[in-house]
Structure formats: C-alpha cells, structure tokens
Design a protein. Structure first.
Length: 237
C-alpha cells in the first residue's frame, strides 16, 4: 500500500526534531531511511506506526487518513532491534498472537501460522522457546509475527544491529527475499549505507531531521546531491 507523510513535524519539548517532512512511499517498494545517529529515522518510523503522535502534518495509508488513529487501529507490522519475542510463548504461539488478538478462528490461525513459518523457513522450530533460538532465527520469527496479520506496511528499525557479521549478511538477503515474495511495502531504518544499498529499492538520506536526498541506490552514487550525501555513502561496495 502507498504510504504518504505530508508535512510531518515532530517536537520533543521545545526541540523540533522533524520539520515539514514529505515522504511518498510507493506500494510494494522497500525504502531505506538512512542517516547518522540522531537524525530522526526512528522518530519517523514511530510516527508511521503510531507509537508517537505527530505535531503537524498528515499520514495516509492508501486513501485513508490515519493521522489521529492510535497504533492498535493501524495495520502495521514492526520488527525493532529491541522489540523482543514473548519469552514465555513458543514460536508457534508468538506468530499466532496477533491473530488471537483479532479473534480469528482456530482453522485460520493454524493455516496462517503454517504459511508464515514456511515463508521465513522455521517450520522445524515451532515448538521452541525464543531462548532456544539463534539471533537470526529470532528475527525470522519476529518477521513472521509482524507479517501474519498482512499489514499495510512493514516497519524495520535496525533489524540486523544485534546480529554478528555472518548472520547480518544472511538476513539482509533473507529480509529482502521475504519482502519481495510477499510484495509488502516496507521501510528499513538503518545507519549502514551498505545495508540500505543492498536491500532497498530507494534510499532516503536524512540529516538533522530532514530528507536531503531520495533516490535509487545507483542514482545516489552517481549523482549525490551534496557533499554530505557523498561523504556519508563513501565508496561503492
Ligand atoms: P535516529 O533513529 O536517527 O538515531 P531518533 O529519531 O531516535 O534518531 O532521534 C532524533 C532526535 O530526537 C534525536 O536528537 C533524539 O535525541 C531526539 N529524541 C528522540 N526521542 C526523544 C524523546 N522521547 N524525547 C526527547 N528527544 C527525543
Ligand atoms: Mg534510531
């Protein structure tokens, strides 16, 4: 689904951290919000999922204005670095949980959990508790749990930050595969330019609460719009 932020403004106390941001996320694309620590990436993601209210502007999911809808009433899937699995539930129960909240039938839940387990390739782990999983497996389960409700948008905030280098590489391509296979619209927040380049259709580079350039990865390398963008991207991988 197309997601539109129109003139989004966010303040904390008397500090404006995002001012008049416009962002048009195309249906089915994976877009990176890339930039240095503190530039406002997570704040933007939190506004889309509704964890934070907005102090100005509008947010549309398709044609629907969700600006003042609370988080529970938005159909979003989130995978955050610190948004842990429920430790007392096994993998099956973790994935089923969003559907139980929606009071879906047992048959539907069985079917959808199975489909998600196949999608993220953890069918043999359904009986395990989260502590019995590797970091990469935990992120697969988190993705399944986020996607099981068929959200309008998948929001990923530094989902690879806690993984070791080898798993990070593996999960880069796995997250991209899952996104493409489901065709879901997704936003990836990262401070890692290689991650953004290798996983996303388009990259929005942020600095100081603003989007300073928004383009496809190759275009950004060829035509950085400023010294900041050129410096931040460094050399092509
Ligand atoms: P990023 O995710 O790009 O590292 P954030 O969106 O988390 O950056 O933060 C953007 C700015 O807003 C930072 O200066 C941060 O200190 C500030 N900020 C974020 N959350 C809060 C909050 N709850 N209260 C006050 N300031 C905040
Ligand atoms: Mg952040």
């Amino acid at each position: 689904m197309r997601i539109l932020l129109d003139s989004f403004t966010k303040t904390f106390g008397d500090v404006t951290v995002i001012k008049d941001m416009n962002l048009d996320i195309k249906s089915g694309e994976m877009l990176a919000l890339l930039g240095p620590s503190g530039c406002g990436k997570s704040t933007t993601l939190f506004a889309i999922c509704g964890i934070h209210g907005m102090d100005g502007g509008r947010l549309l999911f398709g044609d629907k204005d969700v600006t003042s809808l609370p988080s529970q009433k938005r159909n979003v899937g989130v995978v955050f670095q610190n948004y842990a699995l429920y430790p007392h539930m096994n993998v099956w129960e973790n994935i089923a949980f969003p559907l139980k909240i929606q009071k879906r039938s047992k048959a539907v839940i069985e079917k959808e959990v199975q489909a998600m387990a196949e999608l993220v390739q953890i069918e043999e782990l359904l009986d395990r508790k989260p502590v019995q999983l590797s970091g990469g497996q935990q992120q697969r389960v988190a993705l399944a749990r986020a996607l099981v409700r068929k959200p309008d948008i998948l929001l990923l905030d530094e989902p690879l930050a806690n993984l070791d280098a080898k798993l990070r590489l593996e999960m880069r391509s796995e997250i991209r595969r899952i996104q493409q296979q489901t065709g879901i619209t997704a936003v990836l927040v990262t401070h890692d330019q290689v991650e953004a380049m290798s996983m996303c259709d388009r990259i929005a580079i942020m600095n100081g609460g603003k989007i300073v350039q928004l383009s496809a990865p190759e275009e950004m390398y060829r035509n950085p719009s400023s010294d900041f963008v050129a410096g931040f991207l460094g050399n092509p991988p």
